[in-house]
Design a binder for this molecule. Structure first.
Ligand SMILES: [Zn+2]
Length: 343
């Protein structure tokens, strides 16, 4: 049900067409894992659950599929070979955990399809829901700053010692492993600066990395990416990389998204994706979200039709959004699957 061997760009257009012109991305993973009792106070963050509670990750993927997500993002955002090795794991075990993050999501998709078959098959035995709803598994790659876990994913400031080669060397093996894992695409998420976008684009050009990808930047002023680099420059890098099938914004307050979509559309004709956070403030010192500084689910969902009108064709949620938020997005996009039974 994924991209198969089709050309990357036409494959996503085809997927979007089958999804009715727009698709729903899932919501926050860490938020949900914590709600189900996981302790993520660790430099590996949600990646820690790959070791301790894979069944919980699968449950959250399933919750999002049942809420209407067409794309689920794996638990590999902060899962790096370097991070696992620091925990004492071997290189082989670390790479196996990366593959496992994708396997968990692929399995969730299979379970979901099976459930759809069980509940949507009509009298003639036709399974329309199954046929008409392709689901993609996106393998998450967080930024170098996410690995450092020092808040630099929200500043984009890596210092003078880090150049494009440093970043390529840091990301290469993880991207190679995920490219061969069975995922449909790689989601390069929360890209904080132009340098890291360049590193990803160059890696995607390497011959042993053969997978489509999306680039998603974050912004804290509604104009530039978090480092202060121009969003247009960053989007242009994504636009000129043929493996990039969509580009946009994540982990950014909803109020900034409309303007950022318009800026993005000025530099690219590729599909635009947005999956904002709840708008709550992140306290990088205490590594926690400041509760009640964001918008309600209703507030978040009230933006969705405007984002769609502005040209976004992939819409979901990032930190602090939940299956409830995603259900609201699917419904706002008239993709509510009303006939479906609640589990
Ligand atoms: Zn986020």
């Amino acid at each position: 049900m994924g991209f198969g061997s089709v050309e990357p760009s036409s494959a996503l257009y085809d997927f979007l067409q089958k999804s009715g012109g727009c698709a729903v991305i899932d919501g926050g993973l860490a938020t949900e894992l914590e709600r189900h009792g996981a302790d993520l106070n660790d430099p590996l963050w949600s990646g820690k659950c790959l070791l301790t509670s894979p069944e919980l990750i699968q449950r959250v993927h399933l919750d999002y599929l049942e809420a209407g997500a067409d794309i689920i993002i794996t638990a590999s955002y902060q899962a790096t070979i370097q991070g696992f090795e620091t925990k004492g794991l071997s290189r082989e075990a670390s790479e196996a955990l990366l593959r496992k993050s994708v396997e968990i999501a692929l399995e969730a998709r299979n379970i979901y399809y099976q459930r759809c078959k069980d509940c949507i098959t009509d009298d003639a035995g036709n399974d329309k829901f199954f046929e008409t709803r392709p689901i993609l598994v996106a393998a998450s790659v967080g930024s170098y700053g996410a690995y450092l876990a020092d808040g630099s994913e929200y500043s984009g400031n890596y210092g003078d010692a880090v150049n494009v080669e440093t970043l390529k060397d840091f990301h290469r093996r993880r991207v190679q492993v995920l490219a061969g894992s069975g995922a449909d695409l790689i989601a390069f998420e929360t890209i904080p600066n132009k340098l890291e976008a360049q590193a990803y684009a160059q890696l995607l050009g390497e011959e042993d990395i053969n997978i489509p990808a999306w680039f998603s930047f974050n912004s804290k002023d509604g104009i530039n990416v978090v480092s202060g680099d121009s969003l247009r420059d960053c989007v242009s890098i994504a636009d000129s990389c043929e493996k990039v099938v969509a580009v946009g914004i994540n982990c950014t307050p909803p109020r900034f998204i409309h303007g950022l979509i318009l800026s993005t559309k000025e530099v690219t004709t590729k599909p635009v994706l947005v999956y904002p956070n709840s708008g709550e403030t992140y306290d990088a010192v205490h590594k926690e979200w400041v509760v009640s500084t964001g918008v309600s689910d209703e507030g978040f969902v009230s933006y969705v039709s405007k984002w769609r009108e502005a040209g976004a064709s992939l819409i979901g949620g990032c930190c602090r959004t939940t299956p409830h938020t995603i259900r609201g997005i699917a419904s706002a996009l008239h993709k509510g699957y009303e006939g479906k039974k609640e589990k």
